[in-house]
Write a protein that binds this ligand. Structure first.
Ligand SMILES: Nc1ncnc2c1ncn2[C@@H]1O[C@H](COP(=O)(O)OP(=O)(O)OP(=O)(O)O)[C@@H](O)[C@H]1O
Ligand SMILES: [Mg+2]
Length: 264
């Protein structure tokens, strides 16, 4: 499905020069993020250059904030960030064309009344005509076994169905980089297997947050975020084990079986 690519390439890439073939699709140099005077991320220096990168970390550690920087939903408040070779602040309006973002909470992503309209929206954003965008959205839903959902109101879908629709709404745009913020959180085991296989088959680069280590085992790299900083970064086998060991140690130290002794 390359129907809109020529239009996108001819009209949209002029404003900011992206290098979509750049070896490092993201370069963080001492990047920090403050929101309302609170430090959310600090002193991050790393480059993202693998096909499949997983992000792990405890609740509130800064994972969603980190990936928001990648598609311009947030801008660094210190340091420098380049995405596909372009400055992330200067390029923030153009980033969503190349960096697709599947939200942690589908209710934050879906904005149109019906599934097909929502899936068509991305194509319209890329310059496709309304009627053609809707036709292509229906075909795409059908291709992915979701034609029965096409005309249903998103608000009435189950959480897992919403999550799948939001993933399809991003995939149809064929972005160069796909961000997935806990895409498996509401999926049943069958849907999770299908999504895993689908993601494996995609040619695009993927950065995915997951609390399920089994979904990241076959990735190229795992980055562990802790308290807004980089705790560890490397091969999945090594990082996932270290992360699991750390959780076990924290659980033992905090007495997690006693809810009142833990903290949120
Ligand atoms: N809009 C905001 N305003 C103020 N603080 C925020 C905002 N968004 C996030 N934060 C804070 O930033 C920190 C990191 O949040 P973030 O959502 O990035 O964590 P996370 O690692 O994705 O957590 P989870 O696993 O629960 O999704 C938290 O302390 C959170 O309270
Ligand atoms: Mg999050």
């Amino acid at each position: 499905m390359t129907f809109w690519r020529s239009k996108r390439a001819s009209t949209q890439d002029k404003a900011v020069a992206f290098d979509l073939e750049a070896a490092s699709y993201a370069r963080f140099e001492n990047v920090g993020l403050e929101i309302s005077g609170r430090t959310i991320l600090q002193d991050l220096s790393l480059q993202l250059n693998q096909q499949r990168i997983g992000l792990v970390g405890l609740n509130g550690s800064g994972k969603s904030s980190f990936v928001r920087l990648l598609n311009g939903l947030r801008q660094p408040t210190s340091g420098r960030l380049e995405i596909f070779g372009a400055d992330a602040v200067a390029a923030r309006k153009d980033l969503p064309r190349h960096v697709g973002f599947v939200f942690q909470n589908p209710d934050h992503q879906a904005i149109f009344p019906t599934v097909e309209e929502d899936v068509a929206f991305g194509l319209r954003q890329l310059g496709e005509d309304d009627r053609l965008a809707l036709e292509q959205a229906r075909d795409f839903l059908s291709l992915h076994g979701a034609s029965h959902l096409a005309q249903r109101p998103i608000a009435e879908l189950s959480e897992g169905q919403k999550q799948l629709v939001c993933i399809l709404a991003v995939l149809i745009m064929q972005p160069s980089l796909i961000i997935l913020d806990e895409p498996y959180s509401s999926l049943d085991a069958l849907a999770a297997r299908r999504l895993h296989a689908k993601l494996e088959s995609l040619p695009q680069k993927i950065v995915m947050i997951s609390h399920d280590p089994s979904q990241l085992e076959d990735f190229d790299r795992v980055v562990w975020i802790e308290a807004g900083g980089l705790r560890a970064d490397g091969a999945p086998g090594e990082i996932l084990k270290a992360y699991d060991d750390d959780i076990r140690a924290k659980a033992a130290a905090a007495g997690v079986d006693d809810w009142d002794r833990g903290h949120l």
